[in-house]
Design a protein around this ligand. Structure first.
Ligand code: AHR
Length: 779
């Protein structure tokens, strides 16, 4: 060790916690991640099931047009969407064509059209039946002008529903393709499940996954795959036969044409074509252990749930799913898996009950699931839920339930700013290594810039360091079709013909590819001092900010806790998105008391009391009736977005007076409503470490991980390494760098061999850089 030189000494002979399945991915069908995305089906609305329940703008002929490109309209007696004598009772609508003249219909798929590649094979299929004479269907792949790129025919010869297939080879490439079906004249024919798949799917699976997207997932080498959501799991009615039912997996495994389309809570139609079998298969194909999330019989969006005595169907769903995944082919559900061509077990080891559940109602239900699953499958790891935020009463409720029920893991979610992540680097240091483990089931810093990715990298170092307390972690969301964005940032962006990983993807890939099997001890000497994170002042303005409700406030008083003086403030009203400043500046140590009444506006909305307002990007908010008027929370806006600091369940009733008290005592904020503390939090503060450091090992190889979030390079001596060949993996970029279709690789990456002599290497981590030193260059 050179004197006074910042040095990291690794101790490969001192193993620490096992990293297990730490890094994985979270797949949810939002942003058209499945339909119009990962699911390789090219036809949109293939079975004429789109309807207003999915989206007010949808109808049974959405995405279909005439040969002239005008939206397809039902024409009485010629072209109708019917549901009598359907192909199956679960997916009832079909297209009925009764025409003397030849009639052409076209589907434009997703985005600006289908992607056909010159020489590629496309598999067309349709379920059809005819009434009188045989009907010829001419199938064509065209570009948007109608230019034919491939064509073929099939004759509908039977009076009952049968499937017909045509294979087509495209003679040109287009990104604005259409699938065209021309029905011969004098036809009386019913058509359903009009489908087109590229033959070349990921791993060549029928009803499979888009190859480029599947490869992008596989390249991550995730240890697990959480699916199928997210909010779409628990949002919906309790009856699985309902169009807007919560996600019931048994609906997703039948013959594709019989899977009931459902309302996807992200505002579109979910075909369930990419169902549970396909998702288990995908997990296996990318080498990830499956981690399904099941509804717990309680929908926190609508605040309804199955009565406690009627939970059994939901519990059966969980038990049967485990049998479906793992049961021998001679079991009832194992036989269903085997019948789909997979007699071997999917080796399911984790199951999550609930996603972001809040409220006691869920935690009254969870114990029943837990007890019955553990009784039958004692080794199954069961995941409880800690709500949608990083702290507060609902977060605590989830953890309390998990400890009481002996859940194996607790699902935490947070979407926050880069500074919040840096300030919370030590979040897991104080967790109990003997209780349930944390599962960071959804996290991201608000952005797809390199500065965000670096903050996430620093967080991942903290997760690894605490691998005895943190079991699993996955970034969210995973996928976004750029033309159908519900949520950003996202890990992977695509349209119908292109895909790129965000810079956050680069970081996730680096950490997943080089996770290591277990930690090894390391010591740090002569490291430069940490830099304090800039403090967020609470001394700015105080104002009301409307959030869709009409509110009248009165009896406002501001007490400066330093001078013990009180100032009375004017009464007023806010509505819609009104703002009303009531004070230009506070001392940073103050109490605000006030009364307010919601007098009108949206029932699902409340109001914000902003304080410490410097500008729109720098402020705190006490949100009274947030989200769907279900929360009281304190949030902070700073560089790069908003972080919820703490949340409790609370809602504002109309025409009800509330007496509130907000105390800001330096970094300690307390919010009381009618005398009860609903929010109590310290503003996260902390330091920026000169480097975020962890060391792991796998099969005798040592991986030293160094993350530099600062503007200056940092050189360190790394000692304790095995002598011989090492590989230095580096990534760095400007914090504002982000990838795009035009510039998919803005992060500078290198893999440089390095000879390690005397167990020591000098390593420079560039400004805003990451370095992994991998001894011997192999895993
Ligand atoms: O990841 C996007 C959404 O964020 C998920 O559906 C939900 O669980 C969370 O609120």
């Amino acid at each position: 060790m050179t004197e006074n030189v910042p040095t990291i000494t690794v101790h490969p002979d001192q193993p620490g916690a096992d990293l297990g399945d730490l890094y994985g991915i979270f797949f949810e069908d939002l942003n058209h991640a499945a339909d119009g995305g990962l699911y390789a089906e090219m036809v949109q609305n293939r079975s004429f099931e789109f309807c207003m329940v999915d989206n007010p703008e949808y109808h049974a002929l959405t995405a279909w047009e005439t040969a002239q490109g005008t939206p397809l309209q039902p024409t009485p007696l010629t072209l109708r969407v019917l549901s009598d004598a359907p192909l199956n009772p679960t997916n009832q609508h079909y297209l009925q064509v009764d025409t003397h003249e030849p009639l052409t219909i076209r589907n434009h798929g997703y985005n600006q059209g289908m992607y056909f590649q010159n020489g590629a094979v496309y598999n067309f299929s349709v379920f059809a039946r005819k009434l009188y004479a045989p009907v010829t269907l001419t199938i064509a792949l065209t570009d948007e002008t109608g230019q034919v790129l491939a064509s073929g025919e099939t004759v509908i010869a039977a009076n009952d529903w049968r499937q017909y297939r045509v294979s087509l080879v495209s003679q040109a490439t287009t990104t604005t393709g259409r699938l065209q079906v021309t029905i011969s004249g004098n036809a009386h024919v019913s058509l359903d499940m009009i489908s087109l798949f590229p033959k070349d799917t990921f791993k060549g699976r029928a009803n499979g996954v888009r190859k480029d997207l599947g490869e992008k997932l596989a390249a991550l080498q995730p240890k697990f795959m959480r699916f199928p959501g997210g909010c779409l799991v628990h949002d919906g009615s309790l009856d699985p036969r309902d169009r807007d039912a919560s996600y019931r997996w048994k609906n997703s495994i039948g013959p594709v044409e019989a899977r009931p389309a459902r309302r996807n809570s992200w505002g579109y139609n979910q075909t369930l074509g990419l169902g549970y079998f396909e998702l288990f298969q995908l997990a296996e194909d990318i080498g990830a252990t499956p981690l399904p999330v099941l509804p717990g019989g309680w929908d926190p969006h609508h605040q309804w749930g199955a009565p406690l005595a009627e939970l059994q169907p939901f519990i059966d769903d969980a038990l049967d799913l485990i049998e479906f995944a793992n049961g021998a082919p001679d079991t009832e559900w194992g036989a269903q898996r085997a019948a789909r061509g997979h007699p071997a077990s999917f080796n399911l080891r984790y199951i999550a009950i609930g996603n972001e559940e809040v409220g006691q109602a869920f935690f009254d239900r969870y114990p029943q699931f837990h007890a019955k699953i553990k009784a039958r499958y004692p080794d199954m790891k069961i995941i409880n839920s800690a709500g949608p935020f990083a702290a507060g009463s609902e977060f605590d409720r989830g953890w309390t339930s998990a400890r009481k029920q002996h859940s194996d893991l607790v699902d935490e979610h947070y979407y926050c700013t880069p500074n919040w992540f840096l300030a919370n680097q030590h979040r897991y240091d104080t967790y109990d290594a003997h209780g349930p483990k944390a599962f960071l089931g959804e996290y991201a810093s608000w952005g797809n810039h390199w500065g965000n990715a670096l903050a996430e990298a620093s967080c991942m170092i903290g997760l690894e360091r605490n691998a005895d307390k943190v079991g699993l972690a996955c970034y969210a969301p995973l996928l976004c079709n750029t033309d159908y964005r519900n949520w950003a940032p996202d890990l992977i962006w695509f349209n119908q013909h292109q895909v790129y990983g965000s810079v956050n993807y680069d970081v996730q890939k680096l950490f997943m590819n080089w996770q290591g099997q277990h930690n090894i001890a390391h010591t740090e000497t002569n490291m430069p001092a940490a830099t304090p994170l800039p403090a967020a002042p609470t001394t700015g303005a105080v104002r009301w900010q409307g959030d869709g409700a009409d509110v009248a406030y009165s009896n406002m008083a501001y007490t400066d806790l330093l001078t013990e003086t009180t100032q009375h403030l004017a009464d007023g009203t806010v509505k819609e998105q009104d703002r009303a400043e009531v004070l230009a500046k506070t001392s940073g140590y103050f109490r605000l008391t006030f009364d307010f009444v919601k007098t009108g506006g949206r029932p699902d909305k409340g109001v914000h009391l902003d304080f410490g307002v410097a500008d729109e990007q720098h402020k705190f908010s006490w949100v009274l009736g947030g989200w769907q008027n279900q929360d009281a929370l304190i949030s902070q806006d700073d560089e790069g977005g908003n972080s919820c600091l703490t949340q409790s369940i609370w809602h504002v009733e109309p025409n009800m007076p509330y007496h509130c008290e907000l105390t800001v005592d330096g970094d300690h904020i307390t919010g009381k409503i009618n005398g009860h503390v609903f929010n109590d939090i310290r503003i996260p503060s902390g330091e920026i470490a000169p480097l975020y450091i962890n060391a792991t090992s796998i099969a005798g190889h040592v991986i030293v991980k160094l993350v530099n979030v600062q503007a200056a390079a940092q050189t360190v001596e790394v000692t304790g390494l095995p002598d011989g060949e090492a590989l230095v993996l580096t990534q760095h970029a400007d914090p504002t760098a982000q990838n795009s279709f035009a510039h998919p690789d803005t992060v500078t990456k290198a893999e440089t061999p390095l000879g390690v002599v005397n167990h020591t290497a000098s390593i420079t981590v560039l400004a805003y850089g990451i370095v992994f030193v991998v001894s011997r260059g192999e895993k």
